[in-house]
Design a protein around this ligand. Structure first.
Ligand code: ABF
Length: 224
C-alpha cells in the first residue's frame, strides 16, 4: 500500500502532536506555523486543548483556524517564551536548514520561531533535498524596494520575479528568486538580509530546525 501525500501529511501532523505533548504544561504557549501541513497539525492539536494555554500563530490564516477550534490565540508581544514552534517547509536539507515562504508567511514564521525554544519541522519526504534551491527563494520586500532589491539579487546570481496578486499579512509584496547556487545557505541568507528593503528571506539556515519529523512510506522519521 502506498500512502498519498495527503496521508503522509496527516501522519506527520499526528506525530508532531505526540512529539510535543511531553514538552507542554497547562500554562504553555505553542507556536504554530502556516501551510497545509500546519493546518493538519492544528486540527490534531485541537484534540489536546487541556495540555496547553494558548497559541501564537504565524499568519492570519492559522490564527483563524486555531480560533475556529476554540484555541486562544495570543499576540506575540504578550509572550516571552514558547517551548516549541511547529511548522512545515518547502525544502529541508540534512543540516535541517530550510527554504520556507511558499505560502507567503515567512516573516512572521521566522519571528515566531525565534521566540520558541525548539523548531519542529513537519513535512512529507518530498520536501527533503540534498541541496536547497530548486524551490524559488521567497523574499518579502518593502514595495518601494522591489526594483532595487531585484538588481542586488541579480548580482548574487538570482533572477527575481514578483509574486503576482499576492500581498503578505504585513502588506508587502514577495519576490520569488530562481537560480541561486546554494552551497552555503547560511552565508547567502546573511547577504540577502543585508540588502536594504528586504524584510525577510525564506532561508532558515542561520537558525535551522531543531528536529524534523519527516513522513515517509516507511513511517515518520525523526532527523536531528
Ligand atoms: C509554511 O508552509 C511555509 O513556510 C511553507 O511555505 C509552507 C509549506 O506548506 P505545506 O505544508 O502546505 O507544504 O510552513
Amino acid at each position: 500500500m502506498t500512502f498519498s501525500q495527503q496521508e503522509l501529511k496527516e501522519q506527520v501532523a499526528k506525530a508532531a502532536v505526540d512529539y510535543i505533548l511531553p514538552l507542554l504544561t497547562p500554562g504553555s504557549v505553542v507556536g504554530v506555523g502556516t501551510g497545509s501541513t500546519a493546518d493538519l497539525f492544528i486540527d490534531q492539536l485541537a484534540k489536546h486543548k487541556d495540555a496547553f494555554r494558548a497559541a501564537v500563530a504565524s499568519s492570519e490564516r492559522s490564527a483563524k483556524r486555531l480560533t475556529n477550534h476554540g484555541i486562544a490565540v495570543l499576540d506575540l508581544n504578550e509572550v516571552q517564551t514558547m517551548p516549541v514552534y511547529v511548522d512545515g517547509a518547502d525544502e529541508i536539507n540534512a543540516l535541517l536548514q530550510m527554504i520556507k515562504g511558499g505560502g507567503g508567511a515567512l516573516t512572521r514564521e521566522k519571528i515566531v520561531a525565534s521566540v520558541a525554544e525548539r523548531f519542529v519541522c513537519i513535512a512529507d519526504e518530498s520536501k527533503v533535498v540534498a541541496e536547497l534551491g530548486a524551490f524559488k527563494l521567497p523574499i518579502e520586500v518593502l514595495p518601494m524596494a522591489l526594483q532595487s532589491v531585484s538588481r542586488q539579487v541579480a548580482k548574487l546570481g538570482g533572477q527575481a520575479q514578483l509574486r503576482q496578486g499576492f500581498t503578505t499579512d504585513n502588506g508587502n509584496p514577495i519576490l520569488d528568486v530562481a537560480g541561486f547556487s546554494v552551497a552555503d545557505a547560511r552565508s547567502l541568507e546573511c547577504q540577502i538580509n543585508d540588502i536594504p528593503g528586504v524584510v525577510c528571506c525564506g532561508f532558515f539556515a542561520k537558525s535551522p530546525a531543531t528536529v524534523a519529523l519527516i513522513a515517509t512510506q516507511e513511517g515518520v522519521k525523526t532527523l536531528t
